[in-house]
Design a protein around this ligand. Structure first.
Ligand code: ZN
Length: 474
């Protein structure tokens, strides 16, 4: 695609500048005042141009349960989530579209979908998500969510002998499935990347991690996982390995410059040094960490230690939306209460850098995307500075990050293709999506999760909580 955005506002060192941006062959060809128009002219007047952000961790199919799961910690929340998880690839297709629409309309051009697989229909699940992302045109990084241990193993035993059922699929079969997913769907030229993404140390064996490392090395795939999201996982790592989860992952070779780790709430200073040394990326999911009571990730410490950080929404059942600007806002100001020294606090411009460049770096694509620079891919977002939520005219980035932007995204280009224009997604029919989401769901309250009932007493006991099970969460 060839076009020229005229007279857009972009951030520069000492404020803002009005520039023209030429795009040729899907990449930024020139940025300067008063360039000649190549291709189509796009009016950028009174609009802010920023690089696209990365929604660096989500689970698209959780959209079917957003707003529904009561306020409980991760280990109980996940039991309920899986009791009611979608079972049809069609649903996965629709929720992937929904996730993409919300991401695009809040400044994102890439999404990392840690995709929950429907048992027995794993490849169909991935195919459904790939179809959705290709149709809408967002750049998609799909990490099929794999594990080889059952859910109950994710809770520390507290020293008690505990019986666990075998997981539904063997480690070998899971790795074969990953191989098939890579063969069928990994296609960077078309904006679809497959990641290896074991869910985390809580439910995965070393053999599974090892197989993922081999695939990642062979095909140059990025690596993803949850890491130390909760206190319970911190206890579990000690039980399982006798050391921290970070030390263990380093020992088995999972950490690398192309490894991104979601949450990272409960890390020691020594763990943080390991992340810096291995150049791993932390994906900050502040809303989910608050929603599930997981804690506040020490993001200021990560930044000071030189660890790369990016932002994620996390799945919509623990957030409960996919508004990237909301996650960026909370994920930036949340840390002001953790450090008296305001020199360490995250500025709005730093937030933009974390969301765009940090996201790109975490996907090993810092050379290709994540900033407004010549030769980078045209993953661009134009914000309408005449939108009521961005008025009156103050500091555009200050207000975009610290305010509550509503309908502020005017246009989005992914790899040079315009997929949002005049605030509307142009590649799919959003009205049809709205109807499908309505018709395929129903209002529900107080549903009963069988698994949650089974594990709650044990969870309370290992976490040192008083006995007793609360009836009826809602
Ligand atoms: Zn997650």
């Amino acid at each position: 695609m060839t076009f020229t955005i005229q007279q857009a506002l972009i951030p520069v060192d000492d404020g803002y500048a009005n520039v023209d941006v030429q795009i040729q062959d899907n990449a930024i060809a020139a940025i300067d005042a008063n360039l000649e128009v190549v291709g189509t002219a796009v009016d950028g007047k009174n609009k802010l141009l920023l690089p696209g952000f990365v929604n660096a961790h989500t689970h698209s199919s959780e959209m079917w349960q957003r707003g529904l799961i009561p306020p409980v910690p991760l280990e109980l929340w996940i039991a309920e989530l899986y009791d009611f998880t979608p079972l049809e690839p069609d649903q996965v297709y629709l929720s992937a579209l929904g996730t993409a629409v919300e991401t695009l309309l809040s400044g994102g051009t890439s999404v990392v979908d840690h995709l929950v697989l429907i048992p027995g229909k794993e490849i169909e699940t991935i195919a459904a998500a790939v179809r959705a992302y290709k149709e809408i045109g967002i750049c998609a990084f799909i990490g099929p969510l794999i594990q080889d241990e059952t859910l109950t193993r994710g809770i520390p035993t507290g020293g008690k002998e505990t019986e666990h059922e075998a997981y539904i699929r063997s480690t070998e079969a899971t790795l074969a499935l990953m191989q098939e997913a890579v063969d069928k769907f990994h296609n960077p030229a078309e904006g679809v990347y497959v990641l290896v993404a074991p869910t985390g140390i809580q439910l995965c064996s070393d053999a599974l991690f090892q197989g993922c490392i081999e695939l990642s090395d062979h095909y140059n795939l990025c690596r993803h996982a949850h890491l130390l999201e909760t206190k319970a996982q911190q206890f579990l790592a000690q039980e399982k390995y006798g050391c921290s989860a970070v030390e263990h992952l380093k020992r088995i070779g999972y950490l690398s410059p192309r490894t991104s780790l979601a949450h990272c709430v409960h890390l020691s200073d020594a763990d943080i040094e390991i992340l810096a040394e291995t150049q791993s990326t932390v994906v900050h999911n502040p809303l989910s960490n608050l929603r599930l009571g997981s804690g506040i990730a020490p993001i200021l410490k990560y930044l000071q230690a030189g660890v790369n950080v990016s932002f994620g929404c996390d799945g919509a059942a623990s957030n409960d939306s996919q508004d990237l600007l909301e996650a960026i806002k909370i994920g930036s100001i949340l840390h002001n209460i953790t450090d008296l020294d305001y020199h360490h606090w995250i500025t709005p411009r730093q937030s933009v850098e974390i969301a765009a460049f940090g996201g790109a770096k975490g996907l090993n694509l810092a050379d290709e995307m994540g900033s407004l620079a010549v030769d980078k891919k045209a993953d661009l977002v134009l914000y309408d500075l005449t939108s009521l939520s961005l008025l009156p005219r103050t500091d555009p980035i200050g207000l975009l990050i610290l305010g509550r932007p509503a309908q502020a995204v005017d246009s989005v280009w992914v790899n040079g293709k315009r997929i949002v224009a005049d605030g509307k997604v142009t590649t799919i029919n959003v009205e049809d999506l709205r109807k499908e989401l309505f018709e395929r769901s129903e209002w529900a309250t107080n549903r009963q999760s069988k698994t949650l009932g089974e594990i709650e007493a044990h969870y309370r006991s290992v976490m040192g909580l008083p006995e007793g099970v609360k009836k009826g969460y809602s």
